[in-house]
Ligand binder design. Structure first.
Ligand SMILES: CC(C)(COP(=O)(O)OP(=O)(O)OC[C@H]1O[C@@H](n2cnc3c(N)ncnc32)[C@H](O)[C@@H]1OP(=O)(O)O)[C@@H](O)C(=O)NCCC(=O)NCCS
Length: 211
């Protein structure tokens, strides 16, 4: 049994497309949990903040929070609030950010509607080129299909796909989901996780119930 080192950037020798995302985050309003992976075969995965977290200007104070043990596939994007031109205005044009041009008293913050933080739970798998819209919360163990556009909250252990993303199915029955949510295996010690990987991988529901 080996004990992993979540402090490094590349978990696999000779694979520079896959990173422990937490270790490349520089912004205080982005939080990522241990062991969450980002893979990028088009761009340098270390440029995640620039390439994948879009319209994230400090003025809206919105946060992107991603839990532990998530898998974020290449090109998944998080649309933060400075992408939401306000719908309260009669115009779509962002006059408030061009105060120098039009009216110095305009407040830049009024250019956008703030729908809140994006919060991703633990053990969530976000598929290739999926887009998560601002304000959306995705529960533990959920899956976002390839190229989905997620506009609404996703319950735990639910698979969603399409535009706008809709539930395709649950990963497990309600009893198993409830066990998993109580168990929160992602908060076990690394030693305990390592010891139990064979049961987790085997989809061993009896192991789950007997814990
Ligand atoms: C969402 C996903 C997990 C579903 O897997 P699955 O349950 O084995 O999928 P199935 O092929 O049995 O499809 C189940 C249904 O979902 C639909 N579906 C599958 N993937 C979908 C997607 N990305 N968007 C919309 N609908 C999708 C299928 O058409 C099918 O619909 P139906 O029940 O009306 O016939 C999978 O298709 C997917 O998108 N995985 C992500 C792959 C990826 O991006 N990997 C990146 C590298 S990590």
């Amino acid at each position: 049994m080996t004990i992993p080192n979540s402090k490094k950037i590349y978990p696999r020798s000779n694979d520079f497309e896959t990173i422990y995302l937490k270790n490349v985050i520089t912004k205080t309003n982005i939080k990522v949990g241990d062991f969450t992976i980002y893979n990028d075969f088009c761009n340098d995965p270390r440029d995640f903040e620039k390439n994948n977290v879009l319209y994230h200007y400090p003025i809206n104070h919105d946060r992107l929070i991603i839990g532990k043990f998530c898998s974020v596939a290449c090109g998944a994007k998080f649309m933060m609030n400075s992408g939401n031109h306000t719908l309260k205005s009669l115009s779509n044009y962002t006059f408030p950010i061009f105060g120098e041009e039009w009216d110095e008293t305009l407040k830049p913050k009024d250019a956008w509607d703030n729908k809140g933080d994006i919060i991703i739970g633990n053990d969530v798998w976000i598929g290739y080129q999926a887009v998560i819209m601002s304000g959306v919360k995705i529960g533990d163990g959920a899956i976002v299909g390839t190229r989905a556009v997620v506009t609404k909250d996703v319950p735990p252990y639910t698979i969603v796909g399409g535009i706008p993303a809709k539930a395709i199915k649950k990963r497990f029955n309600d009893e198993v989901i409830s066990c998993l949510l109580k168990l929160e295996w992602w908060n076990f010690t690394n030693e305990k996780i390592a010891k139990n990987i064979p049961f987790i991988q085997a989809g061993d529901i009896d192991w789950l119930k007997n814990l």
